[in-house]
Design a binder for this molecule. Structure first.
Ligand code: PAF
Length: 280
């Protein structure tokens, strides 16, 4: 596996390769787990070359304590990527990613995405995601980008960003990987205790309960029963909602037809967990 830390070198290397090879790109913040590796595998199955980036992006942490606690496991990540057969790793410093002073931060018009759910609870978060992903897409010349559905709203944001910056890459949303008990794999799970990891599966169980009991008509009671179960078990909920899959608008009364997704953000043991489940 080739490792690049200098943006211009990687950009030049990939520009040449891209004329004859298809390139798949998996952007990450490291602390890699099987969910990330599944993205590498999917990329490898359809591209000649797979590039992964590891950059813990300070611009997307609205909470500095969260940034400081974010797990960094670079040495282990490199070994995992080599074993997965990743071809290229981009491992930039903050100075390499954001070389000039950031006073001239670009404005990305993300519309409603910026104001609801993750946008609302993590002000500035998606602006920071766009800043990193825009820069990465300038450097990592590629045809296909692979991102995980676990970050449902982020997937919408990255698709919107690709539209805004008018970049010709395919954004491919890949399924969420789960532990045997249903807990969505996430780098943040490392901060949960063993008991916490067991308990956190309740998020998935609640979403599954909703999926199994979904009927057209009023959804309020169904949603509330899940919210109560989580709260009673010690979760601090930011949101637990049933929303339209494309607009993220809350659905209290369902017509039995439109595409729904259950989206959740909740704290357990001071760790903020997010998850989602398409319901129909
Ligand atoms: O999902 C992530 O790991 C990050 O938000 C991303 C897409 C790599 C941007 O920093």
């Amino acid at each position: 596996m080739k490792i690049f830390t200098v943006a211009a070198n990687l950009q030049q290397y990939l520009t040449e390769l891209a004329t004859t090879k298809t390139i798949g790109f998996v952007p990450t913040m490291g602390a890699l787990h099987s969910g990330h590796i599944s993205l590498i595998d999917i990329s490898k199955s359809t591209n000649n070359i797979t590039v992964c980036s590891i950059f813990v992006n300070p611009a997307q942490f609205n909470n500095s304590a969260d940034f400081e606690k974010y797990p960094i496991t670079t040495e282990a990540d490199i070994e995992v990527l080599k074993e997965a057969g990743c071809d290229v790793l981009f491992l930039p410093s903050v100075a390499e990613m954001y070389p000039s002073d950031t006073k001239d931060d670009k404005i990305y018009e993300l519309g409603f995405l910026e104001h609801v759910f993750e946008g609302k609870y993590r002000p500035g978060h998606f602006k920071g995601v766009c800043k990193a992903v825009h820069r990465l897409l300038d450097i990592v010349i590629c045809h296909n980008v692979y991102i995980g559905q676990k970050d449902y709203q982020q997937c919408m944001v990255i698709k919107k960003l690709a539209e805004i910056i008018d970049i010709k890459v395919n954004i491919i949303v890949c399924p969420t990987l789960r532990a045997a008990n249903g807990l969505a794999l996430s780098s943040r799970n490392q901060r949960l205790s063993t008991i916490g990891k067991e308990k956190a599966a309740l998020i998935y169980q609640c979403m599954e309960f909703i999926q199994q009991h979904l009927k057209s008509g009023n959804l309020t009671m169904l949603k509330q029963s899940a919210q109560i179960a989580l709260t009673n078990d010690g979760f601090k909920i930011d949101y637990f909602e049933i929303v339209h899959a494309n607009t993220l608008s809350v659905v209290d009364v369902w017509d039995g037809d439109s595409k729904l997704v259950c989206i959740v953000a909740a704290y357990l043991e001071d760790v903020r967990l997010i998850d989602n489940l398409p319901l129909n």
